[in-house]
Ligand binder design. Structure first.
Ligand code: AHM
Ligand code: MG
Length: 340
């Protein structure tokens, strides 16, 4: 029997270049650079638990080298891959206060910028629970020269590509360039991301909701009503949905993308803009959700239409199966309007 042909990430990226008329290959190279950094980060994530038994606790390891926290390591790896790749002129990272200007002659006039959360799910890093890398790519708005803040403060609608890497029971890279969503699983034996989930579509409805329900009393009435609905009380005797909450946006999102479901990080009385960041976390996953047939909203407005005012801006987010996101939006709108 013939073994089926395996499509690896780089081959797939190049094949898809024809989706863009007059493509120069820069975006393909940029995606390749991110894929490469992901493999390096994956290697470190996988041996994170060994740090203690190898005697690498504290600030320096057995070789006297500084042991970096994984999120700092991931940030540096991505920055370095993107800097050396020369295909982007600036990078905004959740780990950095300000954006990074790439002023090397081969990079400063590049046409793309990258926005990323190098390692999301920080509370899960030290406890062997899934974490992820999130990225999005935009065309710069300035013509050339050093990148400026306005190059980063674009609506999510303008993303040219977005994706994430999940470091879970296996490592996967999922991305879109606006022509559907494709998922690749890392085969560690050959060190390649192999196409495993072509053309991902999120089910219209799911049976899972994901939210930090500990904050229930701090959510607005419409969200509380929707949670009751998920618990079955609003569904006229139907089976309740299951609550699944890992506390890593990428992992919770990924499960819901594949099986159907909704992820919510609503505003709370203490944090009226919620917790998650518009540029680093919400826009990329919103683009993927939409490309897979799902929805993403802040409760009222489509995430991709929100105009960011600053780099680290936060937004409430409801993302996932279209039928479920529409339902929570409807309940929020009704409760905000009040009794008629
Ligand atoms: P981080 O950027 O510090 O890692 O925080 C983001 C994470 C998300 O991955 C996750 O969805 C959320 O925080 C969980 O927050 P909470 O612990 O408040 O439920
Ligand atoms: Mg984060």
């Amino acid at each position: 029997m013939m073994t089926p042909k395996v499509t690896v990430l780089d081959e797939f990226i190049i094949k898809r270049q024809k989706d863009f008329p007059f493509a120069s290959g820069d975006l393909s190279r940029l995606l390749h650079d991110i894929g490469l950094a992901a493999k390096i980060i994956n290697r470190e994530v996988n041996k994170a638990g060994l740090v203690d038994i190898l005697g690498m606790t504290g600030d320096s390891n057995v070789h006297g080298e500084e042991v970096k926290k994984l999120d700092i390591y991931a940030n540096e790896e991505l920055l370095s891959a993107l800097r050396h790749g020369g295909m982007c002129c600036g990078i905004a990272s959740e780990e950095n206060e300000d954006f990074v200007v790439l002023n090397e002659p081969f990079a400063r006039d590049a046409k793309y910028i990258v926005i990323m959360d190098p390692l999301d799910g920080s509370s899960n890093i030290d406890v062997n629970v899934s974490i992820g890398t999130i990225f999005s790519i935009y065309r710069r708005v300035t013509e050339e020269g050093l990148v400026e803040e306005r190059d980063f403060l674009q609506k999510g609608l303008h993303q040219v590509a977005a994706g994430y890497v999940i470091y879970g029971s296996s490592t996967m890279l999922v991305y879109t360039t606006g022509f559907g969503v494709n998922g690749f699983t890392l085969d560690p034996s050959i060190g390649e991301f192999c196409l495993s989930h072509p053309n991902i579509r999120i089910p219209e409805m799911g049976m899972t909701y994901s939210v930090n329900q500990g904050y229930y009393s701090k959510f607005e009435a419409g969200v509380q009503r929707y949670i009751h609905y998920c618990q079955g009380e609003g569904q006229r005797g139907k089976k309740p949905y299951s609550l699944r909450y890992i506390g890593s946006f990428v992992a919770d999102f990924h499960r819901n993308l594949i099986n159907g479901g909704i992820f919510m990080y609503p505003a709370t009385t203490g944090s009226p803009k919620g917790k998650l960041r518009l540029l680093y976390e919400c826009n990329p996953l919103a683009m993927i959700a939409e490309q897979a047939g799902g929805m993403a909203t802040d409760g009222k407005t489509r995430i991709l239409e929100l105009q960011p005012g600053r780099l680290h801006e936060r937004t409430p987010v409801f993302v996932g199966s279209a039928g479920m996101v529409s339902k929570v939006m409807k309940m929020i709108a009704e409760e905000r309007k009040g009794p008629q």
